[in-house]
Design a protein around this ligand. Structure first.
Ligand code: NAD
Length: 243
């Protein structure tokens, strides 16, 4: 059987890079898409993958990058739509609208553009799987983070909808919902009260989220679709202040 092919956005660093490495370790050929072309090239060089400088908030660039991946690898079997940004800290009444929509364009627009480009190829390959990067902030509110929280809730909705639409066509669509993960995105808050709130007593390592993504893509999850898998050391399982 020819090697499977995966497309990973935000693959230049953090959880995306860890996932690209995890997939490559399983013999998957990985296209590393990232707005930061140098970071994409560095990870792709490490794993003999394809580097794709792409801004996921620009749908035309996403289509071109997915098409290049298919031409390079001979098909597409897996996608991890992971690129994301956070916005600013402000209460809802003060939240700057331009920042709000910029975050939606990257986080929600990027996942929609990704799935629009990927789904026809996954169906053409006879089936496949997508994982989208949600967050604990896609399942619960977080003060002063309206744009990020709204975007991650939208990703949960997009994931469930695509899962329902494509299940009969052999494509599974799931999301991961990490708690705090030690990456550049959250530099400075991994020794905070938020980190301490995780029952596990620490943030996740990017590799721990990558392991969950691998399982949802190809690690034996053949009847799992439309789910949002918390990878959060128990964060969302608890009722704070009790016990
Ligand atoms: P990170 O900042 O370490 O890496 C994100 C990567 O995405 C970077 O390489 C960046 O260049 C790229 N990127 C950003 N905007 C892009 C765009 N418009 N087009 C293409 N690439 C773009 O972040 P991370 O912590 O690895 O987060 C990855 C995903 O996981 C995000 O969607 C984030 O919301 C989600 N997440 C992170 C945490 C956490 O605690 N780190 C928790 C829950 C969910």
């Amino acid at each position: 059987m020819s090697p499977r092919v995966a497309f990973v956005t935000g693959g230049g660093r953090g959880i995306g890079a860890a996932t690209a490495r995890r997939l490559a370790a399983e013999g998957v050929r990985v296209a590393v898409a990232d707005r930061d072309g140098d970071a994409a090239h560095a990870v792709a060089a490490e794993i003999d993958g394809l580097a794709l400088p792409v801004d996921v908030s620009r749908p035309g660039e996403v289509v071109a990058a997915v098409d290049r991946t298919v031409a390079w690898g001979g098909g597409l079997h897996y996608a991890y739509n992971n690129a994301g940004v956070t916005g600013v800290l402000a209460d809802v009444a003060d939240y700057p609208q331009d920042v709000f929509w910029r975050v939606q364009r990257v986080n929600v627009g990027g996942v929609l553009a990704g799935m629009r480009a990927q789904l026809p190829h996954l169906v053409a390959a006879g089936g496949g799987a997508i994982v989208n990067a949600a967050s604990g902030a896609g399942l619960a509110g977080v003060a002063r983070s309206a744009a990020y929280v709204a975007s991650k809730h939208a990703i949960v909705g997009l994931t469930r909808t695509a899962a329902v639409e494509y299940a009969a066509r052999g494509v599974r669509v799931n999301a991961v919902a990490p708690g705090l993960v030690s990456t550049g995105l959250v530099r400075g808050i991994d020794r905070s009260a938020f980190a301490d709130a995780h029952p596990a007593g620490r943030p996740a390592r990017p590799e721990e989220v990558a392991e969950a993504v691998w399982w949802l893509l190809a690690g034996g999850s053949s009847f799992v679709t439309g789910t949002v898998l918390p990878v959060d050391g128990g964060l969302l399982a608890q009722v704070p202040g009790l016990g």
